[in-house]
Design a protein around this ligand. Sequence first.
Ligand code: ADP
Length: 516
Amino acid sequence: MMELSYQSMKIAHQAREADEQRTEMRKKSLLILIYHHLLGQGYVAAAVALDQETNGGVRRFEVSDNIDLEMVLMEYESYHYIKFQKYPKLIRRIAETGERRRSTAKRSPCSAGKPLPKINPSQNPHSRNGAKKAATSDNDGSLAPESSEFGLSISSIKNGPAGESATNRKGQMTDVKGTIQDVVRGAGINSDHMERLLKPLSGFSGMSGEMRELAAIISRDIYLHSPNVRWEDIIGLEDAKRLVKEAVVYPIKYPQLFTGILSPWKGLLLYGPPGTGKTLLAKAVATECKTTFFNISASSIVSKWRGDSEKLVRVLFELARYHAPSTIFLDELESVMGQRGSSMGGEHEGSRRMKTELLVQMDGLARSDDLVFVLAASNLPWELDHAMLRRLEKRILVSLPSSPARQAMISHWLPPLSCTGGVELRTALDYETLAKEMEGYSGSDIRLVCKEAAMRPVRKIFDALESHQDDDTEMPPIQLETVTTADFLDVTKHTKPSARNLMDRYTAWEREYKSV
Ligand code: ADP
């Protein structure tokens, strides 16, 4: 008996020790990351002070590529939550308002803070107003920017819906991690390769435990940190690209120009046949503009969070404001925003409440200066609820690819020479003829056909590979047959375009509902 309790005490002691060690490690990594960030940002004096305070403990280590400050902070938060059932609050007292101002002047969200190079604020009365408007919308007069050249950068320090935790009254507590995050983000705007890092959820104040949990779910499942789709990755769709840039990207890049009558759209609908690049366009917005991207598949909101979907929508918009500038991408909109009451047997009460919440949130956006855009996509726009349609003021048809776009797609996916798993794949294709033959095919149909055409010669060598395993002779070098125009056309016979017949319906709908 004694023996047993001694053993269990020993195990408990060891577990406690391991736990403490892990805590220590976490603290150390955090300090190291902060140290390197400070150095990277040119805050040498602060970095040296940190180094001295830790007796040179931080200088001896390098930060590995796959760890960043944000990850460590989030991990620490979850750990703390599991251990103490509450989130940690790392705070410091602000001694003087000027300090905060200096740090905000260094950073700006997305390209929002980029000064317009050619427009002098004094020649452009809107720019000063624009900046002021953004500052005062924070409900805190102390946040007036030092200069309008920073444009809407001020909106990035809004911390939470009420702007509570990072407001700047003298002596008020502020979220240190938020400050670090701001510094980190400042680096992000200068580097194309660096993702825009997210603020820790601890700054997401005013939330009940349940809401916090939903926020964590959204953060885990719904953020796409960097979708990594560039404009040039989208083939064709020149008109749609131009309209999307005009509606969403330029207002973020050049906020000075988008005030008054030109105030940016808050809701934009991309509609058209499936597989034409609507999702790609939304991802390009997020990548090129470095906004926080919330990728919501509407049907998953309904199915996964049936009971909670209304709350989920609320938290989603709050999070988007918290991480502004943000893009909320609602895919398959018709599956949540179908015409109300139209489904057989009436509507599910939860789904009706969620629709209402979505409308309320969209109205909230329209009235605010928050840099949050709703980008919705639908393959069946005629099924959409009219109240929702009204809020998606800008509507853009993303149609089937034109003949030159089809040609560009085929030559992109099947160039004359490519490499697949170290084996050369050659094609001899009459791209122009193929493009003509493929009228009515969507981008994703074309990709499928290209894939199938490339698969044919590969399929032929499988037999050789499989039979070779049975004998002991040396494997001959693998040579794939060239893919010819005839092969390609043969594939198209078996793969029919998915949306050709629907095209008339889209253009008819466009005539009726086209926004300007
Ligand atoms: P949807 O319009 O249904 O949102 P997606 O944007 O998801 O379609 O496109 C599906 C896939 O089809 C993409 O991942 C891409 O491989 C291909 N695709 C479709 N349109 C294009 C395009 N214009 N340029 C490049 N690829 C495209």
